[in-house]
Design a binder for this molecule. Structure first.
Ligand code: FES
Length: 232
């Protein structure tokens, strides 16, 4: 079949503002949006710019807005969308070119929550063990692939760029509730900031956007609950 792929294109060296360009491309039933983008680049316009790496939903580099919703281009099939597909860069983020956005502010927010294990005890002979139930406590938030689909779907992030954002909170959650970690107090302090968890309005856009199905709003509420408990 033929699919109609509309791409919101923008080259800051040539264009005054973003504009839609529509391509007609051959499409097989099991093609993913990423396959269509490759076909446009190979057969129509080699200057089309987008990120991709693994092509299997692992690296998180091809998150974009597809038919009005943040998704991974490598995970969504054309037959799930119909013959007309629109693709735009992630909303609320500075566009570098076409579908490539500046991820640095996003990673700055990620780094600000200390997304690594802190444990100053002398290392044991083997790994630092924990029980299965302790591991289960933060299992959901280990699934994050840092694609930014959640943060860039959040209206609080659109209106307040200093908001740390759902993805950073998810990655803080992963360590705050890890029984082996010793820096959860510090992380809770960071997230108690006015630009931390309190900017969340429980709109659930982040949860809807997550390609890994992480219960992001629930994780944010668990972190804010831990902050309140700590203050009490
Ligand atoms: S290309 Fe890696 S997640 Fe899609």
């Amino acid at each position: 079949m033929q699919a109609e792929l509309s791409v919101l294109r923008y080259d800051p060296e040539r264009d005054e503002k973003p504009h839609w360009v529509t391509y007609r491309v051959e499409s097989k039933p099991m093609d993913r949006v990423l396959d269509l983008l490759h076909r446009v680049k190979q057969e129509h316009d080699g200057s089309l710019t987008f990120r991709r790496s693994c092509a299997h939903g692992i690296c998180g580099s091809d998150a974009m807005m597809i038919n009005g919703r943040n998704r991974l281009a490598c995970k969504i099939r054309v037959d799930q969308l119909g013959k007309k597909v629109s693709v735009a860069p992630l909303p609320g983020m500075k566009v570098i070119k076409d579908l490539v956005v500046d991820m640095e502010p996003f990673f700055d927010q990620y780094r600000s929550v200390m997304p690594y294990l802190v444990n100053d005890d002398p290392p044991p002979p083997a790994e630092r063990l924990q029980s299965a139930s302790d591991r289960e406590r933060y299992d959901d938030t280990t699934k994050c692939i840092l694609c930014a689909a959640c943060t860039s779907a959040c209206p609080s992030f659109w209106s307040q760029e200093d908001f740390v954002g759902p993805a950073a909170i998810v990655n803080a959650h992963r360590f705050i509730f890890d029984s082996r970690d010793q820096a959860h107090e510090e992380r809770l302090e960071i997230l108690a900031d006015p630009n931390g968890v309190w900017r969340c309005r429980t709109i659930f856009n982040c949860t809807d956007a997550c390609p890994r199905g992480i219960k992001i709003t629930q994780a944010i509420l668990e972190v804010s609950g831990a902050i309140v408990e700590r203050q009490i």
